[in-house]
Ligand binder design. Structure first.
Ligand SMILES: Cc1ncc(COP(=O)(O)O)c(C=O)c1O
Length: 367
């Protein structure tokens, strides 16, 4: 019997949204007609220019990618007004979360984060044998006062998501700046901004200022969401040079694949097109709000590309709703494993996808 490290005992493996192929096979549905609204993905494919760049790279796949992601880092440095020594690029921002845990957590230390939040924080914490300290949300928002009160001299990392997953709530950066000022300098504050590009508030870029001003603040961004590249896995962090150097000691070489680097670089050059995507997401949100209100179904207002829908009052029991929707060809994320029982989390889809979701949900409301 293999002797595994003790900390594995406390870890529940991450359960991702069901893939379309699996649902189509399980329920005998035409895969073309199955709609996935479960993983906060963009419903739109990558930009055509990005696809073209990826195709051109196919012939180079016998070579390792640039282990330092030089071109991508140079473009990111210019975009965000930092130096390439203040940037780390990962195989998705999830990889960055794991590295950050690796460089500061060990048994006897603590990580502070909200509950509920993105499940990877707890997994990464427990994998290091450190203790998770979970702070309930206030309503649906991160409770900065209680998070600050939970920080002790054992805390080595605080994870904060804005906009928040799974609720879609948004905190003003003036509040986050005040919170950051109270975090000890030897403790990392990770501002996970995976959904930043969907937020429309005028202060939405102010997290970057904090990362530039404070050596213990790291901002995480990703190409997985609005850029529509989650299938390639590429995210990045803006940090102090010390944090970047610590990460360089633990990351595997060539961690970001060649297609991902090329695609991200191209996508970054098409920044002005994000405006259309934001507008499309805004219209989709409005469609869902209006449709749910017409059905008498509650929801949580969101600043992101997903939202919590209150399915506790439907004639179908809340915990059965995800499965019943799946049978009808719509994949959503069950709320219970996200610590949101009574809700499902739904990505904002295309207009047609949103319409079908609302239609199928209405069927569950009629018994
Ligand atoms: C809050 C949050 N952070 C990070 C990620 C990971 O994104 P990536 O695809 O860049 O690993 C997600 C993905 O859903 C997320 O919700």
């Amino acid at each position: 019997m293999v002797r595994f490290v003790k900390q594995l005992e406390g870890i529940t493996p991450y359960v991702a949204g069901a893939p379309i192929e699996l649902v189509s096979r399980r329920y005998g549905l035409d895969a073309e007609k199955v709609i996935k609204l479960a993983s906060n993905e963009s419903p739109l494919p990558p930009f055509p220019e990005v696809l073209e760049v990826i195709t051109r790279k196919f012939n180079d796949l016998n070579r390792y990618p640039d282990s330092e992601c030089r071109d991508l880092k140079a473009a990111l440095a210019e975009r965000h007004g930092v130096t390439t020594d203040e940037l780390v690029v990962g195989n998705g921002s999830c990889e960055l979360l794991i590295w950050l845990s690796l460089i500061v957590l060990e048994p006897g230390t603590e990580a502070v984060f909200s509950d509920p939040t993105f499940l990877v924080y707890e997994e990464a914490t427990c994998a290091r044998g450190a203790a998770p300290v979970k702070v309930p949300l206030m309503g649906f928002a991160n409770d900065l006062n209680s998070l600050a009160a939970a920080v002790t001299d054992r805390t080595r990392i605080v994870f904060l998501t804005n906009p928040h997953n799974p609720t879609g709530s948004y905190l003003p950066y003036s509040d986050i700046a005040a919170f950051a000022a109270g975090i000890p300098e030897d403790c990392l504050l990770v501002l996970d901004e995976a959904y930043n590009e969907y937020a429309e508030q005028p202060d939405s870029q102010d997290g970057l200022k904090l990362a530039r001003e404070r050596a213990n603040v790291v901002v995480l961004r990703t190409f997985s969401k609005i850029y529509g590249l989650c299938g390639l896995r590429v995210g990045y962090g803006i940090s102090s040079r010390q944090v970047k150097e610590a990460i360089d000691k633990v990351r595997q070489p060539f961690n970001v694949n060649m297609l991902a680097q090329a695609a991200a670089l191209k996508a970054l050059s098409l920044e002005d097109r994000l405006r259309e995507r934001r507008a499309q997401n805004r219209a989709g949100r409005r469609q869902l709000y209006d449709g749910l209100a017409a059905l008498g179904i509650g929801y949580v207002e969101t600043q992101s590309n997903f939202m919590l829908v209150d399915v506790s009052g439907l004639s179908t029991p809340a915990d059965d709703v995800p499965e019943e929707l799946m049978k009808r060809g719509v994949i959503v994320r069950p709320g219970r494993p996200l610590a949101c029982p009574g809700y499902v989390r739904v990505s904002v889809g295309t207009g047609e996808e949103n319409r079908i979701f609302l239609e199928r949900l209405a069927e569950l409301n009629n018994g």
